[in-house]
Design a protein around this ligand. Sequence first.
Ligand code: C2E
Ligand code: CA
Ligand code: CA
Length: 367
Amino acid sequence: MVARLGGDEFAILVTDADPNAPERVARYALEAIERPLSVNGLDLQVSASIGIATVPLHAQHADGLVKAADVAMYEAKRTGVGFVVYSQAQERSSVRRLTLLGELRRAIADGELELWFQPAVDLRRGEVTKIEALVRWRHAHHGLMLPTEFIELAEMSGIIGPLTRWLTEETSAVAEELTQSGREVVIGANISVRNLYDTELLEFFDALPSMPGFRPGLLEFEITESELMADPMQAAVVLRRIRDRGISIVVDDFGTGYSSLAYLKNLPVTGLKIDRGFVSSMVSDSSDAAIVQSTIDLAHRLNLEVTAEGVTDQRTLSMLTDWGCDFAQGFWLSRPVSRSGIESAIVELNRRLRHVAPFSATERAHR
Ligand code: C2E
Ligand code: CA
Ligand code: CA
């Protein structure tokens, strides 16, 4: 029996005693759903996520059965694997997720989110000219939570819209404060691809140039390569609109998202950030070194600025400088610090750089 539960949700009831029957039906359904459709000459493909639960193994009654299947479906959606069979572990993590989700809605209004900042060094000048804003959630029970624990949740639930709006307002305010105190830096803010399809948020971006204290040129959005490449044509249109408001755009985690160079050429981006997976191992792994060096060349030939993230030792920093990389960021330079620590972190790092090859005076004389 096939029923429509509402919206784009359907249920299939399989009354077959064969324990393999549900998976067989799931595979068959996925195959049928994913077959391309031709609509007005366009080939369209629909995807689906299926959760499987069984009576009496996972539930005793219809209500429990639907709930368990729903939990498993959510897991299938999250992991993108097609179909998933229910397990208790998913239930526990889904309860935690649902609780967090409810709390996250309030967290923004209650001021529980805070921004930390990680300095990035301009390798041509040997000093900090950029900082990246990284969100944290000061949670009453879980302590200081990292974005990896809640951003995905925010993306799936639509909270990412208000979160990015808050992030943009906060970073703009911090950029203005730092400028006022004579320490002008560009601030990088991470946005999600979902944000590019949110009309309300885009209208907010449109209005940014007229917001009091907004400084065009000091805000830079970072968006991961894999997300951009999901629909590069549509992204190009929206990114152009954002850039026209005086905001720079950087492709984050470059090297992990299978960019088509043809698309990259047409995207209105200003820079690339090489994924830290390549940077952190480039000293010991010659293939990673080759990838990093070629990416720097590629970026420059496309007129893009390039940042290497995940710099964890001095040797990496010297190699990047030799290769003409524009910016570097990483724990060895500075860890992310809270708002109150940012000024001193910048001063301290600038001071340290004066004693570090290749930025020290003696080293420069040799070049
Ligand atoms: P990302 O944009 O790649 O940010 C860099 C992450 O790498 C940060 O983790 C930072 O603390 C960490 N990192 C920096 N240098 C090093 C290093 O040398 N070694 C290692 N092992 N790690 C380093 P964090 O703060 O946990 O952020 C994780 C991800 O969460 C970010 O990755 C970004 O994709 C996302 N994110 C952070 N803040 C926001 C936000 O405000 N909005 C959205 N949508 N996503 C955010
Ligand atoms: Ca980033
Ligand atoms: Ca990154």
